[in-house]
Ligand binder design. Structure first.
Ligand code: PMP
Length: 362
């Protein structure tokens, strides 16, 4: 765009936004896209036909159901909850932002456990929320004692426990989440975006803890990253606070029927999930055999690895058609790359390319 010569310039944005860096998923087209923790397989073909049929019935001239009650009911029933204990959002991302809007704000405190999903910290900065950090240990596991001790001081308004964590891949135990919930009355979001791969959930704790909400998404196990649907499970009291800040029509009518059709047919994704888990184990083993590469155990659909010259390796991988995520210059993740589990062929291509790069350095 050309500059408007001579026109009036614009004033500075709010001070807390001046240094904010926009979230950048660093998407670059490549033959093998294993950088964004997506499902390598699109929804099964037979289901696409059902989805198209459902989309054809959508009234495009009408606003969507603001709360996506049809989808809420499906999710509530499957989880043994009432409709009011489920809230749908435009991807987990929107619900994370709503968390900061509803539970953060000026004078409020968010406890973060870096390195973790960078969106959490961004949302805190956007909403003027103070961030206190309890960094993970050298092996990237949560420093459980330090987290519980920090929460016990009583000044934290909300925290997010990511299980499995992105980008480190580790899941936490239910007993740790219970300790976190007991430590204070802060809202505790357990981000289970990848729980279908770890098969661990803290859902049973919802019965006893009003300060717990669980975040899930359709973007990973259910192959719907392009559709943007996520959901929260929690108490009616907490979710009614979210309703105050959410955008009324953020989940469009097409997304609602696509997600509903997929959810009704979720058994069709079991095979794909199992394949991702077994491929992850195969990749982890193979990475462990490569000289100069340290791979971190993962319960998710991606693996974090550390190596000398990681940013050069990232460039070399890309030059050979493989896009992974470069964290090599990110605080706490120096020297790290993250690879998502792709199809077996994609994984072979990644492993072979990385092995060639590692070998060429010897
Ligand atoms: N939580 C975590 C830990 C994630 O990694 C992601 C996706 N990168 C999300 C939430 C949000 O996913 P989505 O907005 O696609 O539902």
């Amino acid at each position: 765009m050309r500059r408007c010569a001579g026109a009036r310039s614009v004033r500075e944005p709010a001070a807390h936004l001046r240094d904010l860096v926009p979230y950048d998923p660093k998407y670059i087209p490549a033959e093998v896209m294993v950088s964004a923790n997506e499902n390598p397989d699109d929804v099964p073909e037979s289901l696409r036909t059902d989805i198209m049929r459902a989309i054809r019935r959508v009234a495009l001239n009408r606003y969507p159901d603001p709360l996506a009650n049809g989808l809420r009911d499906l999710i509530a029933e499957a989880n043994g909850l009432d409709r009011d204990q489920v809230l749908i959002g435009n991807g987990g991302d929107e619900l994370l932002f709503d968390t900061a809007l509803a539970w953060g704000g000026p004078g409020r405190v968010f406890l973060n456990m870096p390195p973790t999903f960078s969106v959490y910290e961004n949302n805190a900065l956007l909403t003027g929320t103070s961030v206190v950090e309890v960094p993970r240990r050298a092996n990237f596991r949560v420093d459980e004692e330090a987290v519980v001790a920090r929460l016990s001081r009583g000044d934290v308004d909300f925290t997010i426990v990511t299980s499995p964590n992105n980008p480190t891949g580790d899941a936490v135990s239910e007993s740790f989440v219970r300790r976190v919930l007991e430590a204070s009355d802060a809202l505790v979001v357990v981000d289970e975006a990848y729980f279908e791969f770890s098969r661990k959930t803290v859902r049973p704790l919802l019965e006893n803890y009003e300060n717990l909400v669980i975040l899930r998404t359709f973007s990973k196990a259910f192959s719907l990253a392009g559709v943007r649907v996520g959901y929260l499970l929690g108490s009616e009291r907490v979710l009614s606070e979210y309703k105050k800040v959410r955008q009324p029509y953020s989940v469009d009518a097409i997304s609602q029927v696509v997600a509903s059709t997929v959810y009704e047919n979720r058994s069709k994704f079991v095979f794909g999930i199992e394949r991702i888990v077994s491929e992850r184990e195969r990749m982890f083993e193979r990475l462990g055999q490569m000289d100069g590469i340290e791979a971190f155990p993962s319960e998710s659909n991606f693996i974090l690895l550390r190596m000398e010259g990681a940013s050069d390796a990232w460039r070399e991988l890309l030059a050979r058609g493989v896009l992974v995520r470069d964290f090599s210059r990110t605080r706490y993740l120096e020297g790290c790359l993250r690879v998502s589990v792709g199809t077996p062929q994609e994984n072979d291509r990644f492993l072979q390319t990385l092995a060639d790069i590692a070998a060429s350095r010897r």
